[in-house]
Each structure stands twice: as structure tokens, then as C-alpha cells.
Design a protein around this ligand. Structure first.
Ligand code: NAD
Ligand code: UDP
Length: 340
């Protein structure tokens, strides 16, 4: 793989150039969601600027984007101050590791990414008069005692548990977005994203969909944490991208948080059963301890998204798993030096 060079050039100023649909900045654009969103926005005529420290983002995700003349990549940690010359119309903040084992590796950095990193992006948005969207999470609801979760539910979150660096960082970021909007009038959006899966996930990511598919393809046992009776709602990436872009471009949705997720709710045992049925090389299951503070249930109430954005997911879990499994097959074959 060709090494990415750091093309960070904060002085560039292309204000007079032709910008197509406009200029969009993606912080965390080399990750799973960010790289899929980059492709989608480039196809729609946007100029895309990506800022990423490659902590969990992958060169593989952006290799096909780098040669595009409308794409610029800056290797940079958003906790560190930065400025950009030229025009910026939209900012999506996707920067933050999203998989529990990854965000728990350096919890202070995870927390500061959501807080200091968000502040840096908000200040940039203010200076550019850009609209800025925060990728928040269903984790702001913690281990919810109601189901489904709507946006007015305040959550059940530990301030000091192993997930707190992520959950509380995202909660603090929502507060920062809200208060900066109040103080400066900048145009904000907040998406509370529920578990999303699809191509460009890191096979080593550690989340349940990627773990199960990779284990099944390698003929290994699927690792179920706890009893497997905890639930999640899984949204296919294409549906999520439609929701994120609709939210960003809506002129009437207001600035309050909006849930984006698929309402289909599955136990982890059901997911293991489905993956095993679709990948016959799976070798049964093995149970591991349930991680501390693992949420027991999660299912979005998307009434607001339906009403304000006219958005709802279209791809059922079984259908979304088909291209996802094909993608992981190809990733594994490449890692083993074979053709898919
Ligand atoms: P990911 O880990 O694949 O992508 C995160 C990206 O942010 C990576 O490219 C990483 O290198 C980058 N990053 C992390 N810290 C950074 C920093 N300090 N400076 C610059 N770049 C940094 O995760 P994802 O699944 O693509 O998630 C993207 C966003 O969506 C995250 O903010 C996550 O919290 C949110 N989200 C995702 C899900 C999901 O199911 N995928 C659910 C809820 C919320
Ligand atoms: N999980 C599991 N096996 C795995 C990885 C995760 O049983 O190999 C469980 C995990 O304990 C949780 C659910 O699957 O209950 C979803 O985990 P994930 O890390 O994908 O996302 P999150 O917990 O952040 O929703």
C-alpha cells in the first residue's frame, strides 16, 4: 500500500475556484462511515476535504479516493488546533473511534476528541459560516430502561465506567454544539446514530457484525458475549448515509438531536444464527464474559426523522448482510494474498 503523505496545507486558498456542489469537510473521513460518505458526496459533485489521524481509519478505505482531484486528505488530529484556507460550506464531524475495544484503548484521547476536537470544528464552522453536523450516538442513552429510545429520553449513563469516555464525550459534544449554536448562531445538526454496518468496516474493528462475519468466514466459533439475549438494531450504511445527508441538507429540521437507525431489533443470538445460516463455514458459538455496562437493549424511535426528514431505512438486516459478507470475503482474500 502506498504511504499517505501529509498534504496538510492550511494556507491554501481556492476561494475563486469552481467548487461544484460546494466544499465539505469530513473530520474522521477515513473511517467506515466517513469513507462511504466521502464517496457518496464526491459522486454528488461536492469537493471533499478529509481530516483524519488514522487512529482507526484505514488507508485502504481512502485509496480509491486519493487520486480524485476533488478530494484532499490531511493527516491531522482534530484535538490539535488547525485552520484551513479557502471555502468550507459543510462540516461532518465523524472523528472518534466507535468500537468499544478501540475507544477504550486510549480513553482520555477518546474523550478529548469529542470535546476539544468538536470545539475546534465548531470554531472553524463559525469562521467559515459553514453548517456543521455532529455524529452523535445511541450511546448517549447508555443502558436504557425504556424501549424504543426517543430523543427526549435522557439516558442511563455511567460517568466513570469503561464506556464513559465515549458516551460522556458524545454527550458533552452535544452540549457544546447546542451552546455554540446559542452563543454564535452557527447552523448545527446532531445525528444520534444507532449501530451501523456495511462495506469498509475494519475486519479487526471488534464490533459484533464484523467479528461474527470474519469468524464465520474463517471457520471459527462466533464469540457471543454474555447470554446473547441483549439486543441491538442494525442499520445498513446506505440507509444511514441517506439519513445523514438529508439531515445536513434539511432547511426545516431544526437543531435538536435526531435518531438515525433501523427499527428492526435483534438479539445477539439471533444475529449469530443469521450469520451462521448465511455463511455455512461458521463453526458454532462460544460464550465469553459480558463486558461491564454493556447495554441490554437498543432500538431507535425514528418518529422525528420520519416526520422532519421523510427518512426511514429501507434495507432489512438479511439484505444488508449480503454485500457486507462479500466485502469481508474480499478483504480476507487480499490479506491472505489471494484473489477474492
Ligand atoms: P471509525 O472508527 O471507522 O471512524 C472514525 C474515524 O475518526 C477514523 O478514521 C479515525 O481515524 C478518526 N479519528 C478518531 N479520532 C480522531 C482525532 N482525534 N482526529 C482525527 N481523526 C480521528 O468509526 P465509524 O463507525 O466510521 O464512526 C464514525 C462516527 O460515527 C464516529 O464519531 C462514531 O462515534 C459515530 N457513530 C458510529 C456508529 C456505528 O455504528 N458505526 C454508531 C454511532 C455513532
Ligand atoms: N458482542 C458480542 N460478540 C462480539 C462483539 C460484540 O456478543 O464479538 C456484543 C456486545 O457485547 C454487545 C453487542 O454485541 O452486546 C454489540 O456490540 P458492538 O461492539 O458491536 O456495539 P455496541 O456495544 O457499541 O452497541
Amino acid at each position: 500500500m502506498k504511504k499517505i503523505s501529509n498534504r496538510f496545507d492550511p494556507q491554501f486558498d481556492d476561494a475563486d475556484a469552481d467548487h461544484g456542489a460546494g466544499v465539505v469537510l469530513l473530520a474522521g473521513g477515513a473511517g467506515f462511515i466517513g469513507s462511504n460518505l466521502s464517496r457518496r458526496l464526491l459522486d454528488a459533485g461536492w469537493q471533499v476535504i478529509c481530516i483524519d489521524n488514522l487512529e482507526t481509519g484505514r488507508q485502504e478505505n481512502i485509496a480509491e479516493l486519493l487520486p480524485n482531484e476533488n478530494y484532499r486528505f490531511f493527516l491531522h488530529d482534530i484535538i490539535q488546533p488547525f485552520s484551513l484556507g479557502g471555502r468550507v460550506d459543510r462540516i461532518y464531524n465523524l472523528a472518534c473511534p466507535a468500537s468499544p475495544p478501540k475507544y477504550q484503548k486510549n480513553p482520555v484521547h477518546t474523550f478529548l476528541t469529542s470535546v476539544i476536537g468538536s470545539l475546534n470544528l465548531l470554531e472553524l464552522a463559525e469562521s467559515k459560516s459553514a453548517r456543521v453536523l455532529q455524529c452523535s450516538t445511541s450511546e448517549v442513552y447508555g443502558d436504557p430502561d425504556i424501549s424504543p429510545q426517543n430523543e427526549s429520553y435522557r439516558g442511563l449513563v455511567s460517568t466513570v465506567g469503561p464506556r464513559a469516555c465515549y458516551d460522556e464525550g458524545k454527550r458533552a459534544a452535544e452540549t457544546l454544539f447546542h451552546e455554540m449554536h446559542g452563543a454564535t448562531g452557527i447552523d448545527i445538526r446532531i445525528a444520534r446514530i444507532f449501530n451501523t454496518y456495511g462495506p469498509r468496516m475494519d475486519p479487526e474493528d471488534g464490533r459484533v457484525v464484523s467479528n461474527f462475519i470474519v469468524q464465520a468466514l474463517k471457520g471459527e466459533e462466533l464469540t457471543i458475549y454474555g447470554t446473547g439475549e441483549q439486543t441491538r438494531s442494525f442499520c445498513y450504511i446506505d440507509d444511514l448515509l441517506n439519513g445523514l445527508i438529508s439531515l445536513m441538507e434539511s432547511e426545516t429540521c431544526g437543531v435538536d438531536p435526531i435518531n438515525l437507525g433501523n427499527q428492526g431489533e435483534f438479539t445477539i443470538n439471533e444475529l449469530a444464527g443469521l450469520v451462521s445460516e448465511m455463511i455455512p463455514t461458521a463453526k458454532g458459538v462460544v460464550h465469553h464474559d459480558l463486558p461491564q455496562d454493556d447495554p441490554r437493549q437498543r432500538r431507535p424511535d425514528i418518529t422525528r426523522a420520519k416526520m422532519l426528514l421523510g427518512w426511514e431505512p429501507k434495507v432489512p438486516l438479511r439484505d444488508g448482510l449480503v454485500p457486507t459478507i462479500e466485502y469481508f470475503k474480499s478483504e480476507i482474500a487480499q490479506a491472505q494474498g489471494q484473489r477474492p
